[in-house]
Design a protein around this ligand. Sequence first.
Ligand code: SF4
Ligand code: SF4
Length: 217
Amino acid sequence: MIVTEQKAFTEVNESLVGHQKIFVIGCGSCATAWHTGGEAEVKEMVEKLQGAGKTCIGWAISEETCDERKTRRELRAHSSELAEAEGVLVMSCGAGVQTTALVLEDKPVYPALNAMFLARLQRLTRADERCLLCGECILASTGGLCPVTLCPKELLNGPCGGYNHGMCEVNPDRECAWVSIYHRLQRIGQLDRLHLIQSPKDQSKRGHPRLVDKGAA
Ligand code: SF4
Ligand code: SF4
């Protein structure tokens, strides 16, 4: 899941300066699960905008705002309101905001959220970062725990010299990633995998912007 946070309303309102008629679109996927841009939050935003003197001429939820086909379909169903809209506020991650901007070629589009990280959802109110999308997954050698993400130094071959009684020197309230990996490998009978030397990451795989095209679908 992509974890997002809502921007302060003052920032959102300032970004809409010069626009009176606003359309709001939320995301039915991550932002709904994380309660930052689902139906309840979209309705709350509509009320706030109206309280600030704006006219909300409509709102919608795309099943997944980052999916261009779904967002295009959802927005097509609101074409008459959108024709009137002076600005569109998107309550999703940055991928969803940009997808909306590309679908609505001639409309100004604004973000209501900050996208933060790719996470495991532990419970409805708690999520922790789990993957930096490095493009070369090494979880097979590390017991399914990611040192690239869990170690602040992104060390690939065991801990640094600074770990203290099993805790991380950078984040002393967290277990060292490599201690966690060691315990995990021990539990699943794969300690021998600690001897595999990981090559340095091919940083070109993290170069931006990345594109994958699997051909006609
Ligand atoms: S190694 Fe870590 S950062 Fe890279 S793809 Fe796997 S989980 Fe993601
Ligand atoms: S103590 Fe462990 S998790 Fe922290 S920086 Fe060093 S190797 Fe990484």
